[in-house]
Structures are given as structure tokens and as C-alpha cells.
Design a protein around this ligand. Structure first.
Ligand SMILES: Cc1cc2nc3c(=O)[nH]c(=O)nc-3n(C[C@H](O)[C@H](O)[C@H](O)COP(=O)(O)O)c2cc1C
Length: 360
């Protein structure tokens, strides 16, 4: 792979962090849907707060709480510091950590430390490698897969589906042919479970069904309501091209807000369990998670764990990552107590109601 291609990847990853930290990149015409539902108060919880235990299992491993730090970064120099912070926090709470796209590590060796640093500070938690659909579509070689897995001693491989992001990305790869076939091949050959995620446009029930048929073990819905990657890439596009008329003004706002709200994705993907042979897959809820309350709602809708990128990136940048996670876990404990449940696994749809439903 040429050094100039690698330099573009390095610069892009750097831009992504900087834009997510300093620009308005949230959905503004759509929400994740968490505010539309609430828990039914249980005036008789009949439990002791101190008996609440947030630990659960994910992909067969015990984890400290149903929360994951989502795939974000790696592949440029300053990413080492961020990945170190994410790794230290994930190890502290015993929660899984997703690494950012490792495409750069397949291009050359210059930034490998920014990925491998994670295992130095997070030796015992589940860590997930990450690669994009466009790279999967081209067919990953056995040596590529070896690099991805060995660099972070990965417990699973995440494949991100990011069609809208690539569409808006100035140098994006919009050839999404053969992704499903190659995904199927990957699932059959890779020695760890494969997780499929979006990056903020969501995975519908129908799409989830197709990737489950291909052999995927976990769906991370990464729905609309948090960061809009169309907006992130639009900012990069405008900075580079100084042009504003790529799409018609009438369509642009809707395209920047394109995607399926997170709560809808969780509900649709959970519904698959009722109707198909796929009953053992797990769901990660992400896309606009802002608190432990959102995580609790996700679990009640059917997710196994919740995950966050944007909010935790800001917290890490402001050196309050562990404090933020601790408050989110306290939110979750509060919900468990007030619904009369002692474990996150016991939260169910019956605990929820729509906020604006008719009284009678
Ligand atoms: C700075 C940054 C970089 C990201 N890079 C990746 C990536 O390399 N691979 C990936 O699968 N997702 C990546 N994401 C997407 C997140 O994992 C997540 O799916 C998305 O931002 C929606 O979650 P959120 O609303 O909690 O931010 C990135 C997110 C951020 C904030």
C-alpha cells in the first residue's frame, strides 16, 4: 500500500476526532427515541439497593456492567493517548472496548503502537478489532485477518457498515458490492465471533436478518440520534472543496439526518428472535446514548449491552471518562431499584411505557 494512501487514512482519523469534539455533528431533525419512552415506577420494589449487581455476560464472558466503549480511534499519533484512556477506563470497570477502524494498520506499520497500546492497559477485558465493509468487500487475506486480530489480541472482529459515511466522505469508497458474500466467508474463516455495526444510520430488522444468515453473532445497531457521520464528512468535504452544492438544499438536511432511530432498530432486531432460527445472537444498543437511563431503556427493549462513542470521547478529552461512566452506572442502578429489579438482565419491555400515550 502506498505511503500517500496511508497518510490520507492517518489524516482522516485525526480529522474525525477533532470534528467530533469541536463541531455540531449531532442529528438535529431526528432523535434516538429514548425520550419517547419511560419506565413504569414500582412503588413496591421489594429489593435492597445494595443487592443490585450490574455484572452480566457478553459473548460468553463475564463483564462488569452492560456498557461498551464503542469503536473510535487508532492509526494516528495522538490516538495512542485516547486509546490508552479508553483502555484504562474499560479495564477499571471490566467492560468491553471496541477499537477504531484498523484499516491504517493494514496499509503500513507506522501507527501500530496506537492500536497495540490498548492491550498494555487493558489486559483482561474483551477487546474487539474493527474493519470497514469496503475493506471486507475487497476480501481480507488470511494475513490481513492475522494483523487485525493479533495487534489487539482481539476477542471478536467488528465489521462496520457505513454506506452513508462513505457516500459523504470526500475520498469515500462507495463500492458496496459483495459485502454480504465476503462477510459470510469471513464468518466461516475467522477464529473469533464477528460483530456487525453501523456508525449512526442504524441496522433494520431486515438487514440484521441478512447478516445473521451470513453467520454474524452480534448486531450493534448504531442507530440515528447521536453523531451523524454524514455531517462529519460534509464538514471535511466543505473544508477541502469549498463547494456547497453537492446535493440540493431541499434534500441536504434530510440526507444529513438519514437513518433509523436507535430505539426503533433495537425493537426491530429484537423482534427477529420471535420469528426465525436466530435466537442466540446478541444486540448492542448504540447511537445517541447519553446516560445510564438510555442504557437501561435499551436493555428493556432487548439489547444485551449499550455502547457509546461520541459522549465518551468528549469525556475522555476532558479527562472525566471514569467519572462519566461511574455516573452512568449509578443511573442504571437507580432504574433497577425503582423498577424492583436486581440485575440488568431482568429489565424487560413490560417495564416501559410510551411517554405520550392516552390516559385511558
Ligand atoms: C471519533 C470517532 C471515530 C469513530 N471511528 C469509528 C471507526 O473507526 N469504526 C467504527 O466502526 N465506528 C467508528 N465510530 C462510530 C462509533 O463507533 C459509533 O457507532 C457512532 O459514533 C454512533 O455512536 P454515538 O452516537 O454514541 O457516537 C467513530 C466514532 C467517533 C466519535
Amino acid at each position: 500500500m502506498s505511503d500517500s494512501l496511508s497518510n490520507i487514512t492517518i489524516e482522516r482519523k485525526h480529522n474525525h476526532v477533532e470534528i467530533c469534539l469541536h463541531e455540531a455533528v449531532g442529528f438535529d431533525r431526528k432523535s434516538s427515541g429514548f425520550d419517547e419512552i419511560e419506565f413504569i415506577h414500582n412503588a413496591l420494589p421489594e429489593i435492597r439497593f445494595s443487592d443490585i449487581d450490574l455484572s452480566t455476560t457478553f459473548l460468553g464472558r463475564k463483564i462488569g456492567a452492560p456498557l461498551m466503549i464503542s469503536s473510535m480511534t487508532g492509526g494516528f499519533e495522538k490516538a495512542s493517548l485516547l486509546n490508552r484512556r479508553f483502555a484504562e477506563a474499560a479495564e477499571h470497570f471490566g467492560i468491553p472496548l471496541g477499537i477504531g477502524s484498523m484499516r491504517q494498520a493494514l496499509e503500513n506499520n507506522s501507527q501500530k503502537e496506537s492500536f497495540s497500546i490498548v492491550r498494555k492497559y487493558a489486559p483482561s477485558i474483551p477487546v474487539f478489532a474493527n474493519i470497514g465493509a469496503p475493506e471486507v468487500a475487497l476480501g481480507l487475506s488470511a494475513s490481513d485477518i492475522g494483523i487485525l486480530l493479533e495487534l489487539v489480541e482481539a476477542d471478536a472482529l467488528i465489521v462496520h457498515l457505513n454506506a452513508a459515511q462513505e457516500l459523504f466522505q470526500p475520498e469515500g469508497n462507495t463500492d458496496f458490492r459483495h459485502v454480504l458474500d465476503q462477510l459470510s466467508h469471513l464468518c466461516a474463516t475467522v477464529p473469533v465471533p464477528v460483530i456487525v455495526k453501523e456508525v449512526g444510520c442504524g441496522i433494520s430488522g431486515a438487514c440484521a436478518q441478512r447478516v445473521l444468515d451470513a453467520g454474524v453473532r452480534v448486531i450493534d445497531v448504531a442507530g440515528a440520534g447521536g453523531i451523524s457521520w454524514q455531517k462529519v464528512e460534509e464538514i471535511r468535504y466543505l473544508r477541502q472543496r469549498e463547494r456547497e452544492n453537492r446535493f440540493s438544499p431541499e434534500a441536504l438536511d434530510d440526507l444529513l439526518n438519514w437513518g433509523i432511530p436507535t430505539t426503533r432498530c433495537i425493537a426491530e432486531v429484537t423482534d427477529i428472535k420471535k420469528h426465525t432460527v436466530h435466537t442466540n445472537f446478541e444486540i448492542i444498543a448504540s447511537g445517541g446514548i447519553r446516560s445510564g437511563l438510555d442504557i437501561a431503556k435499551s436493555l428493556a427493549l432487548g439489547a444485551r449491552i449499550g455502547a457509546s462513542a461520541g459522549q465518551l470521547l468528549k469525556a475522555a478529552h476532558e479527562e472525566r471518562l471514569e467519572e462519566t461512566i461511574e455516573t452512568w452506572l449509578n443511573d442504571l442502578r437507580a432504574v433497577l431499584f425503582l423498577t424492583g429489579t436486581t440485575s440488568p438482565d431482568k429489565l424487560q419491555k413490560q417495564h416501559l411505557i410510551l411517554k405520550h400515550r392516552p390516559i385511558l
